[in-house]
Design a protein around this ligand. Structure first.
Ligand code: GLN
Length: 249
């Protein structure tokens, strides 16, 4: 089970958002506190961020532990952004280790991450895959459940549904008992997240904005823990949480 994070609000450096917090994503890669599956998140990492005036995010991913990459520290010191999505990966058995398997997955203005695993993959996702036009499967970025869930989400986005609906429909399209489906995505102005099978928390950021994380990045007050089977939608100044539908919309 990986750990992920999304932030919207006033611009901060990647260092302030990911590395400086006492229990931030950087530390969560070797010492997560709420992780229920797996122990460390050392199978790659990625950061996506938006720059002013450009709707398409930049992305930096590596196939190694986040603590083993000196380039990130240098980048994080100077890159500032008001919209960030990042993840550290603990690869599910059998799903390979490659940069292309590390979230965030990206396309156009979107960034996407998946915490979890689909038991019985790949056979258990056959129905979901069968619903996709072939170009989504041929262009699959990595041989992982996450990449296929992202392909399905992209397909729903391309048909014009809003980001939260696309995530909810992807979660609902997974017909695999025990599937863990914490999905997280952003278009740079809205964050959407599903909670199914693992933890998710959010908090108002200081001095403004919102942080959505697999687990709190410090022990300060103000964290809200999102219940299982929820759909969270956040902008920099508003957060809603509703129940996640089980059926395909
Ligand atoms: N199953 C996904 C992968 O292997 C996500 C892993 C995770 O959440 N630990 O990449």
């Amino acid at each position: 089970m990986c750990r992920h994070l999304a932030y919207l609000g006033p611009a901060h450096t990647l260092h302030d958002l990911l590395i400086a917090p006492e229990h931030g994503l950087y530390r969560q890669s070797w010492a997560p506190r709420r992780q229920q599956h797996g122990t460390v998140n050392a199978d790659g990492f990625g950061v996506g961020w938006y720059a002013p005036g450009d709707p398409v995010p930049a992305r930096y991913r590596r196939d190694r532990p986040i603590w083993g990459d000196p380039n990130l520290l240098d980048l994080a010191r100077v890159v500032r952004s008001g919209a960030v999505l990042a993840a550290v990966r603990s690869g599910t058995e059998g799903m390979g280790f490659a940069e292309a398997a590390a979230a965030p997955f990206a396309s156009d203005k979107w960034l996407f991450s998946h915490n979890g695993a689909v038991p019985g993959w790949p056979g258990s996702l056959h129905g979901l895959a069968a619903a996709l036009p072939p170009e989504y499967l041929v262009g699959l970025e990595a041989p992982t459940d996450s990449a296929l869930l992202w392909a399905h989400t992209r397909f729903r986005l391309a048909s014009g549904v809003p980001l939260p609906v696309a995530l909810a429909e992807t979660a609902a399209a997974v017909d695999a008992p025990g599937a863990r489906l914490n999905l997280l995505a952003t278009d740079g102005t809205t964050i959407a997240a599903t909670v199914r099978g693992d933890t998710l928390s959010w908090r108002r950021a200081s001095p403004a904005g919102v942080l959505v994380v697999s687990e709190p990045t410090d022990d300060e007050p103000g964290w809200h823990h999102v219940p299982d089977n929820s759909l969270l939608v956040a902008t920099s100044d508003a957060v809603t949480v509703e129940q996640l539908a089980v059926e395909v919309a």
